[in-house]
Design a protein around this ligand. Sequence first.
Ligand code: C2E
Ligand code: MG
Ligand code: MG
Ligand code: MG
Length: 282
Amino acid sequence: EAKSSGRGRVRYFNNAMRKKLKRQADIENDLQHGIKNDEFELYFQPIFTLNQPHIVSFEALVRWHHPKAGLVSPDDFIPIAEHTGQIIDLDLHLLHVAAAQLQQWRRAGNPTIRITVNVSSRHFASLDFVDFMRSLYIKYQLPNGTLCLEITESGLIENLTLATRIIHGLAPLGVKLYLDDFGTGYSALGYLHQLPIHTLKIDKSFIDKLTNKENPLVDAILSLAESLKLNVVAEGIENPKQWALLKRKGCQLGQGYLVSKPLPAQKAMALLIKHTEVALSI
Ligand code: C2E
Ligand code: MG
Ligand code: MG
Ligand code: MG
């Protein structure tokens, strides 16, 4: 009867809600331990020039070796860490990990290597972040501009004036800002002009649609970037058609499974060495 099924639905909803909240609370607890126990590993995915292809940098992407759940991907815990505020500690920890990796690679004889690290836009709410990045560059003896940042647009717009000051504060270190998932957020064009952004990363959803036909939005983003003098990275290139099309349209940089998935540090280094040899032999 209608009444009881209505109640049943409520009960089902409550159970689903309870499970979800329990899961979030578990992850919140586990995150705390995970940072202390060093359960997070950075994987690295190459960003390459579409012409050669030549690797110009690596994007650091976190993976969680959870003691019970195994390898957990960021989409399963980053949103929760954002919600609880734990993202701040996690990101600062991972910035240290990335900087240490960069120092090690440089010492091993790869002086041109660069890394971009994804960080929450929450960091762009305090000038302390500038001091943090400065101390990181000093501690790991990083040359200017070798460690850069990826952020999504949403959080930046909330406090544009402060975010702009922070980005200007990072500039003497050569820390460049990559605007991630471009095209999926607000995309209010006014702020783009105001913010000292270096590179737009075209979201994978736009690149997906390039396979069988043209996507006018990709053209629009490319010409927007050109007129604002910004660099562009196409995210999620999975097949040669997309590659060829983007190259023809004048997109300089790309990233995606076609060249490489995100890899553990050692494998990323092996890939870099292989690519460098190929590039040298051309
Ligand atoms: P993102 O920064 O936009 O990273 C791109 C995502 O697309 C990565 O997923 C990457 O593995 C995936 N990807 C790259 N190329 C391809 C492709 O050709 N095909 C397909 N299907 N996927 C591709 P991942 O590693 O799961 O990361 C998800 C998101 O989690 C990232 O999106 C980023 O927003 C966030 N994230 C990752 N690491 C960190 C971190 O250390 N701190 C913060 N705050 N966020 C992070
Ligand atoms: Mg990113
Ligand atoms: Mg992205
Ligand atoms: Mg993303």
